[in-house]
Unconditional design. Structure first.
Length: 164
């Protein structure tokens, strides 16, 4: 029925460009240098371009295949040289998303959680996160964000566990 059909959401041309940049061109061309150059041309001082880039980088349900998550990490590694605060915000949002999916504990979000963990591992491979962040995330997975997860990646915590 035509009366029940939802109207398509009007999107700005810049948002459509950022969406196609991250969701299509990054995977089809597998040329992250070209995508990196186009992402660097966004207006970083004013405008919603970086917000949309962050949104589509973290939207792992819609576009990201498990095998190609390294392309997102590679793009973020290239952006870290020029926009380090943006990359820190994206990593922080990724960790918050991991925490919130663990707290909700919805079985329908398991594929998303696996992709988030894989992306976190790829960020470690590109040296964007430290091993303490990885261990904290692993302890969150094991302890379901309970008291066992606090500062689990810190070396003193590891020494205390080994001394027991």
């Amino acid at each position: 029925p035509e009366g029940k059909r939802k109207a398509a959401k009007e999107r700005e041309p810049l948002e459509l460009f950022v969406q196609s940049l991250v969701c299509e061109r990054l995977y089809m061309e597998e040329d992250e240098d070209r995508v990196l150059k186009l992402a660097r041309k966004l207006n970083w001082q004013t405008g919603p371009g970086p917000g949309w880039l962050k949104k589509y980088l973290l939207d792992l349900n819609m576009h990201a295949s498990y095998e190609n998550l390294y392309l997102i990490a590679s793009l973020m590694s290239g952006l870290a040289k020029y926009r380090d605060m943006f990359v820190i915000e994206v990593i922080d949002s990724l960790l918050e998303n991991i925490q919130s999916t663990i707290e909700r504990n919805d079985f329908r979000e398991m594929p998303l959680r696996v992709r988030q963990a894989k992306l976190l591992g790829e960020l470690y491979n590109y040296r964007l996160v430290d091993s303490s962040v990885i261990f904290d995330a692993l302890y969150q997975f094991i302890g379901f964000s309970g008291p066992t997860a606090y500062r689990s990646g810190h070396p003193l915590t590891a020494h205390r566990i080994l001394e027991r």
